[in-house]
Design a protein around this ligand. Sequence first.
Ligand SMILES: C[S@@+](CC[C@H](N)C(=O)[O-])C[C@H]1O[C@@H](n2cnc3c(N)ncnc32)[C@H](O)[C@@H]1O
Length: 203
Amino acid sequence: MAKTSKAWMQEHVTDPYVKRANAEGFRSRAAYKLQQIDAKDKLLRPGLTVVDLGAAPGGWSQVAAKAVGRTGRVIAVDLLEMVQVAGVTVICGDFLEEAVLETVENALEGEAVDLVLSDMAPNISGIASADQARAIGLAELALEFALKHLKPQGNFLVKTFHGAGFDDLVSTLRRTFQQVYTRKPDASRSRSSEVYLLGKGLK
Ligand SMILES: C[S@@+](CC[C@H](N)C(=O)[O-])C[C@H]1O[C@@H](n2cnc3c(N)ncnc32)[C@H](O)[C@@H]1O
């Protein structure tokens, strides 16, 4: 095993959130990132319509589906196959493709969305500038979707990374949402430049 994958495996098996996720039936440690942001910002509640972009393996969808309950709905999208989560409509495809966007829009059946979540992240190539551009591109695409489909006062939570394009994204959010926050939940590893942007109250 290469040194880096050995180190990754060591970190993975000793990570308290991985252990908790296994014990509590969550598919990913990422579930705790959404739980922790929601504990602070109160984004989820029964009856909401939620779109979860970059949903696999499904931790955020599990958290969202439980919170919105039977009167709400969750539509989850990912490039990767995702095992069904009870109460979640799963769409498998590349959100960069027009046809996949149309499938999501068809699933909404004209209904406006209360909350758009995006935890989408590109596969890392190792070329930092290219990876940053792709990550910001995904966040911008999620924002475009949110601006088109959110209800007035709707909320938007997106994974992004500090670096080129970050400040512009924050500026766009400030123009389009009443309040904008950055969130770095405890479950997000401190060595990762990952940070979540939260737009509250679509103007
Ligand atoms: C960090 S993972 C998401 C973890 C998830 N929130 C959870 O709780 O289990 C990022 C996901 O984004 C997906 N992704 C990246 N680019 C995408 C794209 N263009 N369209 C759809 N999904 C994409 C990846 O396949 C990956 O599953």
